[in-house]
Write a new protein. Sequence first.
Length: 655
Amino acid sequence: MSEAIVVEKWYNTRMSTKPMNVVEKILAAHLVEGDPARDAEVGIHIDQTLTQDATGTMAYLQFESMGVSHVRNDLAVSYVDHNTVQIGFENADDHDFLASVARKYGIIYSKAGNGICHQLHLERFGKPGTTLLGSDSHTPTGGGIGQIAIGAGGIDIAVAMAGGAFHIPSPKIRAIRLKGRLRKGVSAKDVILTVLAKFGTKGNVGWIFEYTGPGVATLDVPSRATITNMGAELGVTTSVFPSDAVTRQFLAAQGRVKDFTEIVADRGASYDDVFEVDLAKIEPLAAAPHSPGNVVTVASMKGTKVNQVMIGSCTNSSYRDIRTVAQILKGKRVADDVEVGIACGSRQVVNMLAADGSLAILVKAGCRILENACGFCIGAHMSPATNAVSLRTNNRNFEGRSGTKSAQVYLVSPETAAASALTGLFTACAGTKAVPAPKRFPIDDAMFLYRETAGKGVRGAKIIRGPNIAAVPKGEPLAANIRGVAAIKVGDRITTDHIMPAGARLKFRSNVPQYAKFVFEPCDPKFHDKCLANKDSGLVNVIIAGESYGQGSSREHAALCPMYLGVKAVIAKSIERIHRANLINFGIVPFTFADPRDYDKLEAGDKLELNGVRAAVEGDGTLQVKGPKGAFTVKTALSERERHLILCGGLLASL
Ligand code: MIC
Ligand code: SF4
């Protein structure tokens, strides 16, 4: 189908008038399956893909099993940024595997030490008007330069690299209309926390947030990227800014003006909803433990003792952010009883800070300079002390994610983090000079390997496979009836960090049988053994959950490892977008309660009869489940494609 026809189709079905918003313009040019007005989901073509090491090994193992000779999309980049400093051979083996896969299949390989995937992709590859699919939930960072950038499970990235479409719910589009200008000491983190305070971390599935209005022009690209990055915490499909003069300047300064295309909403473009934010009225904010949606003002926390301050992560590690911190710390020392760590987003950022003297300021102020990687954000190091208050500029403060269950983690802006580092108390920043957008970024792509074979690959090249690289398990077709057991019952807002912990366990990502030992470790360390025992006695494992099950990361291991342990169904009050898609990709039926009160009637260990489950999936998705306290109804709304995957036992089994 030609691009023009596709655009017309979108006009005809979705729009009563011609003007289009930014989301419609980009999606219309990439639509390959479905009609957004008629169908619950549509398929879009993916131009660019990214993976990171923790999700990448699985994605590439799955890509390999598809039997394609080389990547078919415009650009595929494999970053190493998550597992960079752990002890043991596993991570090093993973890196060798990833590098060899990249060379063989025509993927660009970003070595450990180059930086964090989202910051690097924004700097060097992201292109306005294109689509990007990444095996990391913060891929929407690319929305900061007008890309439709979406996070997904590794197997979806594998399909996109093989040239297949990616499916999203037909979007509802909300305009976040910005007006005014941020006050001194207030920055992009406070903007996204304002949006999170309004819309929360659940109930936004299927939405895309488009930033519009005169306030957009007052925000530089790194600030826009902070906002779209942490839009992931809303649970939306993605967030996007227009591509305008500010975008052009950023790309020109990166030596990439040829990648610029202007994409702004047409006059009179319409939205499904509009929310107005007056930037001038925003005050410094923090997300209190243990949810990014638990927003409080910094003023309300004034004087609270702070033990640790960690600055960096893909949300706030740009030159703009770290230079701002250096300006605040210049000529001062951080409080004696506060530990301060700084992790820059990329080598480019480090080089700039070294050149302008900021690095020396930070060292002199008593900060610990950490590697340009995810590090503290994923609990790979720098875990706070018992009961410590840790102020962090990253995007998630789920309980235990820092590596210390009792720690109280608050998410704040770099300005609040720096001001608090000086006093040792929760402190709002009185203001500092704005960091001007650099006219020319120093460009050094030396740590991006295999650029010369990108898109083509090297036929016959050997793949290096250490003992930590295990085969990917395949699911079984869905049986007619299930004799099941509630292997666990969990509450509301269970995140993928609860289901499949990262931190010290991250190094087992490439080895499903090994990693599966830690499924639900924070909730029930015996889950793995119970599941295997149930399996041995011929019972199928079922997970019972509350609202917003599977929040957070895109890690498909949160579905893949349960599948390996014999889980065939989740019954929850509601399920988040990426996790729901991952469940389907691994043949696990994502049921929700028809009446959420039935949740209260179930206990862990209950025997459950899912008679006619296959017929229900083939039909309208409604099923009567028999439990010890009587029958109750569950339902699942599946597209034709999703139904097929579940019946086959998942995507790999369907090929
Ligand atoms: C995260 O921030 O939780 C992660 C670690 O980057 C995950 C990906 C993963 O689990 O590897 C994400 O955001 O998708
Ligand atoms: Fe890495 Fe943290 Fe960003 Fe995830 S949120 S990609 S762990 S920096």
